[in-house]
Design a protein around this ligand. Structure first.
Ligand code: SAM
Length: 311
């Protein structure tokens, strides 16, 4: 990688003082020095930046974070100005797509400021795509703003359509708010891909209803294998199920036809007939996709990682 031999912590606030133009200047020099081409040692063209804008979330999904999670103090997060400085540097070095994520991006205070600022880059033709991964709970409020910023499609995480199971998996989430958010986002013209994490014994029975729901509302569906991410999440080992096993009910009911569709992400696609649904599978555990990974991640505190799952 371009920074072989260096820690992934290239220029965090732990190295450079906060609110300092010198910090920003140093950043740009270092980015220029190390990331001039954004082509890594494996020939992968890094043109996709995922920005985690907050570590906070209004849900506590069992596979994602512990029930009693402590969060970073607000002062440790990159400010929106700092994020925009980094974004501009990355754009000049080949980033064409940005995804906002978290935590839950829509719970960060005044997130519309960042969304609007990034939208200007879409309007100026500096970015091909601006998008977001959200739990959907605040979409009703934010959908018009996302569309105004030039977002055309977003990912919404949704693991079941059963309100009780949803509350259990998300530890308190309100399914109704998410479904309303999806409906409002669709009404504003946003395309939506549902991300559903496969959880053994938790949502296997939710797959067929989810496929029907997605087909009915014109949503894509992507299934994700549970990954060993995050600290203090105890349920994961028991929750793992390969997608090969998880999709058995779909194979029994529908024809799954390999699709040539490609997205900027790691999913492989199938067309489900006669349902007419596009199904994506993300299988980090059973078939990794490192060879064509094209992304870099910026954390809430200003660290960069190539991969969240592996060193
Ligand atoms: N809060 C937003 C959301 O719910 O989409 C964005 C952040 S969330 C961490 C991003 C995605 O990661 C969600 O689709 C979530 O289901 C998925 N995710 C979280 N922990 C995971 C794990 N251990 N294995 C697989 N996917 C996971």
């Amino acid at each position: 990688m371009l920074w072989n031999g260096h820690s992934p912590l290239l220029y965090s606030k732990e190295i450079f003082p906060k609110h300092s133009h010198i910090w920003i200047q140093l950043c740009s020099v270092r980015i220029y020095a190390y990331i001039a081409k954004m082509i890594d040692g494996f020939g992968r063209n890094i043109d996709y930046l995922r920005i985690s804008v907050t570590d906070r979330c209004n849900f506590r999904c069992t596979y994602c974070m512990p029930e009693h999670q402590s969060f970073l103090p607000h002062r440790d997060l990159l400010t929106y100005d700092e994020i925009m400085v980094l974004v501009e540097r990355f754009i000049t070095h080949g980033i064409r797509k940005i995804r906002l994520t978290g935590g839950e991006p829509l719970v960060r205070r005044d997130i519309h400021i960042l969304i609007d600022a990034l939208g200007q880059h879409v309007r100026d033709g500096n970015l091909d795509e601006l998008t977001m991964t959200t739990n959907g709970s605040r979409l009703e409020q934010f959908a018009p703003r996302l569309v105004a910023a030039g977002m055309r499609r977003i990912n919404v995480s949704l693991d079941t359509l059963d309100a009780e199971a949803f509350r259990r998996i998300s530890r308190g989430g309100d399914l109704g708010a998410v479904l309303t958010g999806i409906q409002v986002a669709r009404a504003h013209g946003l395309d939506i891909k549902i991300n559903m994490v496969a959880l053994r014994g938790e949502n296997e029975d939710a797959l067929l209803p989810m496929a029907d729901f997605c087909a009915e509302h014109g949503l894509d569906l992507t299934l994700i294998e549970t990954m060993p991410l995050g600290a203090g999440v105890s349920e994961r080992a028991e929750s793992y199920i390969s997608l090969e096993d998880f999709i058995e009910p779909l194979r029994n009911r529908y024809r799954l036809i390999t699709s040539a569709h490609k997205s900027a992400g790691p999913a492989r696609y199938w067309q489900m007939e006669p349902l007419g649904l596009r199904l994506g599978l993300i299988t980090p555990m059973s078939h990794n996709f490192c060879d064509h990974c094209n992304r870099i991640r910026l954390t809430t505190v200003g660290k960069f990682y190539m991969c969240l799952g592996s060193e």
